[in-house]
Design a protein around this ligand. Sequence first.
Ligand SMILES: Nc1ccn([C@@H]2O[C@H](COP(=O)(O)OP(=O)(O)OP(=O)(O)O)[C@@H](O)[C@H]2O)c(=O)n1
Ligand SMILES: C[C@](O)(CO)[C@H](O)COP(=O)(O)O
Length: 240
Amino acid sequence: MNTYYNQGYKSNSSQAPRFAILVAGGSGTRMGADRPKQFLLLHGEPVLLHTLRRFAEPALGVSEIVVVLPADQLDTWRELCARFKVSISHRLVTGGATRWASVKAGLAALSEHGTGLVAVHDGVRPLVPRLVVERTYVAAATHAAAAAAVMPKDSVRLLSQHGSAAQNRNRLRLMQTPQTFEIDLLRRAYAMPELASFTDDATVVDDLCRVHLTDGDYRNLKITTPEDLVIAEALMAAGL
Ligand SMILES: Nc1ccn([C@@H]2O[C@H](COP(=O)(O)OP(=O)(O)OP(=O)(O)O)[C@@H](O)[C@H]2O)c(=O)n1
Ligand SMILES: C[C@](O)(CO)[C@H](O)COP(=O)(O)O
């Protein structure tokens, strides 16, 4: 049952305070590196520092940034902050066993805020353009829920018992982050039990509110496997 939170919903929140949760609580098994991929160096600095810097851009007006880390990596990050002289203000939170649990922990750290817009972003998407972030905040102010997405570039097929069937890719989107929400809506969504189908925040919110899709960007790649780091390095070197 979908009782949409935003049918006729007027958030009146274009001036709402902006918050961000950067989830970096994963271990990076697919990367197979000697440390979690959020700490690998990209253009001479940790991946997570690039991401943090994007959200700290003054033009975005984000008033509080929460960074979620694995329980055993808080000191690693503190040491990196000292080594790279990070002066960007942010709150550190211990994550959980899944991305969902890490987002929930990040949200709990914003509990003193009754209203506002919160962007949830993967700490391992360090190249997100400011405009992509801005679009999700602006759209969330009107629609309560907004998420960045791009069109597939490849052809897509759906697997079945009988083989596979071509899909109309014009009707498909690849979800990126940020995914940005009225904070109260996101709290209500994350108060529900976790499901295995929750691979992103839009999916968690779906039963409460229609999620408005905004234009993402192909540069906003999620660093997942080793070749992603090579591509990100090349994009940075090219100033893209
Ligand atoms: N328990 C978890 C799992 C993931 N994440 C974060 O969610 C984002 C997307 O997850 P993913 O790319 O899957 O990261 P990992 O879980 O680290 O990678 P892998 O699945 O390969 O182990 C990452 O920024 C990751 O740190 C998190 O905060 N807490
Ligand atoms: C949230 C996300 O980045 C949207 O594309 C993606 O679903 C995360 O997936 P992962 O398996 O946790 O990397």
